[in-house]
Design a binder for this molecule. Structure first.
Ligand code: DX5
Ligand code: ZN
Length: 245
């Protein structure tokens, strides 16, 4: 099933001193979802923000809040993020021993459930939870920081998960190092939901956000239309085709 490409700017790259304005700016600039990166300084080596910040910015937009929990343990905090206004809650497969239970807890709260995989985690971890999820998030960097380089090792994993998903109503999201160039590569491999932090908030100039989002979207859509399924074997051709800025 081909789903439309969604762009989810990560507010980790926003100006935190003006967070409300930044949310309004990416909303107006055409963001589909608002990606919120929650980091605990334990599961990942960085601390960002928690449920209270999400609750505070929730009224700034009606768009989907896509909450990526990089925290362990995660189960004790799921309800707080649901109450704060998350629409999609994604937990890491590596965050605890009971992924199936975490996913059930998210759906029991009436929210969409996602599972995220770090770069070293094989796709097999999602095989037995496919009926419990609405989204798979493939990390294309090691989680913890914005502005890192895209890991090409994840392209094959994206392809394999695309096949595993089949016709199920599950979104395949990628996160980390997404630019116009890498958007083309991941879209050709089967990703349909693209998180981008640095590439959207570049320059922290709200006036440029619409062009930044559009460039990523166009590159992804062009690569998909071109049907460049074997893009990793032909990076030069793929990037040439997808470079629409
Ligand atoms: C990394 C976060 C990402 C990050 C993406 O741990 O999950 O969402 O903010 O940032 P860029 O797009 O700058 O790689
Ligand atoms: Zn993220």
């Amino acid at each position: 099933m081909t789903k439309e490409i969604l762009i989810a700017p990560s507010i980790l790259a926003a100006d935190f001193a003006r967070l409300g304005e930044e949310i309004a700016a990416i909303d107006a600039a055409g963001a589909d979802w608002i990606h919120c990166d929650v980091m605990d300084g334990h599961f990942v080596p960085n601390i960002s923000f928690g449920a209270d910040v999400i609750k505070a910015i929730r009224p700034m937009t009606k768009k989907v809040f896509d909450v990526h929990l990089m925290i362990a343990p995660v189960d004790p905090y799921i309800e707080a993020f649901a109450t704060a206004g998350a629409d999609v809650i994604t937990v890491h497969a590596e965050a605890g021993p009971h992924l199936d239970r975490s996913l059930q807890a998210i759906r029991a709260l009436g929210k969409k459930a996602g599972v995220s995989l770090c770069p070293a985690t094989p796709e097999a971890v999602v095989e037995y939870v496919l009926d419990r999820i609405d989204l798979v998030l493939v990390m294309t960097v090691n989680p913890g920081f914005g502005g890192q380089s895209f890991l090409e090792s994840q392209i094959e994993k994206i392809r394999r998960i695309r096949t595993m998903i089949g016709d199920r109503p599950i979104r395949l999201e990628v996160d980390g190092g997404i630019t116009g160039d890498t958007a083309a590569i991941v879209a050709a491999a089967g990703a349909d939901t693209l998180v981008a932090g640095s590439a959207v908030f570049r320059g922290k100039n709200g006036a440029g956000y619409a062009a930044n989002i559009a460039a990523i979207r166009l590159a992804a859509e062009a690569a998909r239309v071109a049907g460049l399924h074997d893009i990793s074997a032909q990076p030069a051709r793929a990037r040439e085709t997808a470079r629409i800025r």
